[in-house]
Design a protein around this ligand. Sequence first.
Ligand SMILES: Nc1nc2c(ncn2[C@@H]2O[C@H](COP(=O)(O)OP(=O)(O)O)[C@@H](O)[C@H]2O)c(=O)[nH]1
Ligand SMILES: [Mg+2]
Length: 373
Amino acid sequence: MSSLEEHIVEVEEEIRNTSYNKATSGHIGRLKAKLAVLRLERETRAKGKGGGTGYAVRKSGHATVGLVGYPSVGKSTLLNRLTSAESETGAYDFTTLSIIPGMLRWGGASIQILDMPGLVPGAARGRGRGREVLSVVRSVDLILFMIDPEHTNLRALVAELEGSGVRINSRPPRIVVTNQDRGGLTVSSTVRLTQLAGGLASQIAREFSFHNGSIIFREDATPDQLIDVLAGNRVYVPALLSVNKSELLSGPDRAKFVLEQRPYDPIFVSARDRVGLDALVDRIGHALKFIRVYVKPPGRPPDMDEPVILREGNTVQGLLGRLPSDLERTFKAAQVWGKSARFPGQTVGRDHVLADEDIVTVVIARGAARATA
Ligand SMILES: Nc1nc2c(ncn2[C@@H]2O[C@H](COP(=O)(O)OP(=O)(O)O)[C@@H](O)[C@H]2O)c(=O)[nH]1
Ligand SMILES: [Mg+2]
């Protein structure tokens, strides 16, 4: 173990061994900040050595789901059941990571599923090529956890992800941090801070060597949330929980699972027996929040048979990415009919956020070679 690694373990232990109460909360907050800084340092060093970066995942389809769970819970069985057997495995270069991709269809959308067997406790320290796997998890649109009656410790997997900066089923904190060259640090808030009072916010900032600038709180944030914003490399990923081999569970067993795994709403399946798989795919499809956008060439009716599949929050720019590339180059404006338009046929730019069932006409610059979508 390197001395950095030892230092990390020391601080982790101290946090574990300090019981939380009003008197120790500040101390724990500072320790967590220290730990976050050390982990950032570990990432920087790993990158310097060429580990953990450059893993361009060949994403395909409209969204990507990462399947995460302990060995033998049935991940590979599920992937084989849900996705086409010849899941274009050869076209990908996951072999060194043993991440297996598969593709499934839901409505008009194609969803890529990645079986990520390397994500185990200790992954962030590089166990089992864990760092590379973690870097792939950071890029997925949804995590699908899988447990079974024998492997129910979801918490350890979640802790591993959290430790590497993945935030599950949460949104970015409402904290705005602005850097300045000089002038000291100002902390202000639009609400009363109960968990970062008494100078704790600036003490945490100091751990990050953040001495000049401003921190504005728009919610009563926790020390963890401030640390996330200061660390800056967090990703926010939604997750679902599936329980496989559920044919082994009685009714009362299932009820116990539901209680134990709160706030998740577990999806019971039996991959081997093909039970519950349609419901699982529906939950995945809805969680990915697809929207359908119809393209209308100028002066012609829209093509209502073939929507372009996008995700909630996607913009006109995202739509252009799914259309022939000359439209992206010659784009001048778009006209929108539907829920996202303030009035029918509103003219908008690339940043306009689209909504489900919008109809869009791409207007190209005058003199550009192509006149229609
Ligand atoms: N009882 C039961 N066994 C299953 C089920 N799904 C998979 N298995 C078995 O569990 C074992 C591990 O499955 P595998 O897909 O290789 O798990 P992985 O390591 O998570 O990819 C295999 O023997 C499977 O046949 C299920 O729904 N019920
Ligand atoms: Mg497997």
